[in-house]
Write a protein that binds this ligand. Structure first.
Ligand SMILES: Nc1ncnc2c1ncn2[C@@H]1O[C@H](COP(=O)(O)OP(=O)(O)OP(=O)(O)O)[C@@H](O)[C@H]1O
Length: 646
């Protein structure tokens, strides 16, 4: 808030406030008006004294300071730097705890008037309820950077001050403190509010990047050079890619709200899978990489983590691999569904043999998790698992990424060239996800590599022998793609030495055990359960997004669970999902389900459901089956969600 109210307007507004209890709109800034009203409501009068309680005694101040060690430690160097910038304006830099009490100050208060000297030292409270409108108290109330000059202060006794303050927030949006610059009115500088806001941001970033953090951090900026600057975005991530925290720049860059933290996965925001981001980090930890957001903008991001928090990703040297991989990782993932267990048993038999595996199944059924577990269960588990999403790589880059390139092969290529992912998988497993989306020309080159078992980098150079296990996956039915001429038949036969199909979640018989396993992995120390009625409804749900959707729903529910609760129930679900689930429950339990459609609307709904089911949730295919456009299918689904069944 930057107020520019002039003397006459301020006087008039103040008179109105005192006689009518509010200030006429337009005379003063809306936030200043709100703050004056709060001050009046707290029982303060402009010409009166301070509200209770008084300043803290030394012992109480020491206790308050001991509750904010990180804030104090990380603020101090920034406060000294800030003071050096405003030294000549005869100001002090102060830090307030979230309760509004000053806990540290910097500068030489002796150039201030005695009253200000007393008021601006540690232990004094600048909460609005004690001192009326002031930059610290008002920034606290409004949670926004605030500047208050002279007579804008509610108490006349503070009219000699000019102050600018900014809140310091944690990565989850919690208020940690307020940073403020105060000086004598009339000596203020034009850019003080900007300065104090930047300094608050520096403190926030220091706290987020302090050593000993448990989380992965993704640093973001619109330009690669902007990473590590004060304006960079910092995102805190869980090991499996959930966005747990973010500074203000990151919220703005990713276009998310603080309330979404903990409930959104990074791959929901980016056009890139989290495993691919990790893979890129493992290959080039020091290099920012271009990231395309789902809404189209391109940012640059670099992952940081201390060695303990970094999940395993594809690595180019076997020695870099973490030791603790279970001997039969497939068995570890097996929660008892007969089809899933049979698929695992068949794959187990070909591990270590030169037989390519093709994993089919709807999107989100866990094809990549399955492939990773197969790799971890086989004799190549000490080698790298290199995952490549053929649908996510831009067509112009996929060839260079896969096959590598020699020095100066094309404009923009690195001077020293790159070995490419196929060579990085040497000794380990190459996982080609969404292989059905690979352009035809590249399919030809890939086939040659698979036949000759050697890679020639783009731009020429020596062919290099490669030896890796190959697992491919696709949610498309590749046989159909071959028939439609979109996928080379000879490549299809090469990659499907053994094809396994993972069941959709709605078809699995191990729903209880699977969800129990998920809960254990999300909250390892807690024996969480799901209430019987919710579990029954979840088990009946059709789960178009399969395990990915189910994991996301449970993760959000865990986040909404109180610490002393151990049972997930309906009220822990997002409202829209709970409503969808209730509608499904009603559908499954009411007799109307069994009857034939009664009118045109019901007929159309039932046809849509049947088409979606037979096309395994694939909207484009369902649209083709029904002979309507995809937009029509989306519109009908949205209408169904709005109109619950009778
Ligand atoms: N066995 C499992 N146990 C628990 N959660 C799992 C399991 N398999 C998959 N998941 C969850 O489902 C998500 C999606 O898994 P994965 O990426 O392997 O699916 P996919 O079939 O390869 O998806 P897509 O077709 O979109 O590439 C994972 O991020 C994880 O949260």
């Amino acid at each position: 808030m930057k107020t520019t109210a002039q003397g006459a307007a301020l006087r008039q507004a103040r008179q109105q406030l005192l006689s009518h209890g509010d200030c006429a709109s337009g005379l003063i800034d809306a936030r200043l008006s709100r703050s004056w009203q709060r001050s009046l409501a707290a029982g303060l009068r402009p010409t009166g004294g301070l509200g209770a309680p008084d300043n803290l005694e030394q012992a109480a101040l020491a206790q308050l300071r001991s509750r904010h060690p990180a804030l104090l430690a990380h603020s101090r160097p920034v406060m000294e730097y800030l003071f050096a910038q405003v030294r000549h304006s005869q100001s002090v830099v102060v830090l307030a705890a979230p309760c509004g009490t000053l806990v540290d100050s910097c500068g030489d208060p002796y150039f201030l008037d005695k009253a200000a000297r007393v008021a601006l030292t540690s232990g004094a409270s600048w909460h609005e309820a004690q001192r009326g409108t002031n930059a610290i108290g008002t920034a606290l109330a409004e949670l926004a950077p605030t500047e208050i000059h002279g007579a804008e202060h509610f108490l006349e006794r503070n009219g000699f001050l000019t102050c600018a303050a900014a809140p310091i927030l944690s990565g989850t949006g919690e208020l940690l403190g307020i940073l403020d610059i105060s000086g004598e009115h009339g000596r203020g500088q034009a850019h003080t509010l900007g300065l104090v806001s930047t300094a608050a941001c520096m403190i926030e970033n220091r706290l987020l990047t302090a050593p000993g953090q448990r989380h992965l951090r993704l640093h973001l900026h619109a330009q690669p050079e902007g990473i590590a600057s004060v304006g960079e975005g910092i995102v805190l991530l869980s090991e499996d890619g959930w966005v747990l925290g973010a500074n203000r720049s990151a919220l703005a860059l990713l276009q998310i709200r603080p309330t979404q933290l903990g409930g959104v996965a990074l791959e929901d925001l980016l056009d890139l899978r989290f495993v691919d981001l990790l893979a890129a980090h493992h290959r080039h930890p020091d290099r920012p990489q271009a990231l395309r957001l789902r809404h189209g903008a391109v940012l640059f991001g670099q992952l940081f983590a201390d060695a303990r928090t970094l999940p395993a990703g594809p690595r180019s040297t076997p020695a870099a691999r973490p030791a603790a991989v279970p001997a039969d990782a497939l068995a570890q993932q097996d929660t008892g569904d007969a089809r899933w267990s049979a698929a695992a048993a068949r794959v187990r038999r070909v591990l270590g043999k030169p037989i390519a595996v093709l994993v089919q199944g709807e999107s989100g059924v866990g094809k990549e998790w399955f492939a990773r577990a197969a790799h971890d269960s086989g004799p190549r588990r000490s080698g790298a698992f290199v995952a490549v999403n053929c649908a996510a790589l831009p067509e112009s880059l996929i060839e260079a990424e896969l096959f590598g390139y020699s020095a100066g092969a094309f404009t923009g290529a690195r001077r020293e060239g790159r070995p490419g992912l196929l060579r990085e998988a040497h000794g380990g497993t190459l996982f080609l996800d969404e292989i059905g989306d690979m352009p035809l020309a590249l399919q030809t080159r890939l086939l040659r590599v698979l036949q000759e078992r050697e890679v020639t980098p783009l731009g020429g150079g020596r062919a290099v022998a490669v030896d890796f296990a190959l697992i491919c996956a696709s949610h498309r039915v590749l046989r159909d793609e071959v028939e439609a001429g979109r996928f080379r038949a000879d490549l299809y036969y090469r990659i499907n030495g053994l094809t396994v199909e993972l069941p959709a979640l709605r078809e699995r018989s191990d729903f209880d055990a699977l969800t129990q396993r998920m809960l254990q992995s999300f909250e390892p120390g807690r024996a969480l359960q799901i209430s019987p009625s919710l579990l029954a409804a979840l088990a009946r749900h059709h789960w178009p997004g399969n395990l990915r959707q189910c994991a996301s729903v449970l993760r959000t529910a865990c986040a909404l669970l109180d610490e002393d609760e151990d049972t997930l129930d309906w009220h822990h679900l997002c409202d829209d999902f709970a409503a969808e689930l209730r509608r499904g429950t009603r559908l499954a339990t009411t007799p109307s389900m069994a009857r034939a459609p009664q009118n045109l609307q019901e007929l159309s709904q039932s046809a849509l459901q049947q088409a979606l089911q037979s096309c395994r949730g694939n909207i484009a295919q369902a649209a083709r089956t029904l002979g309507v456009s995809r937009q029509t299918v989306y519109r009908k689904l949205a209408a169904q969600r709005r109109t619950p069944p009778a």
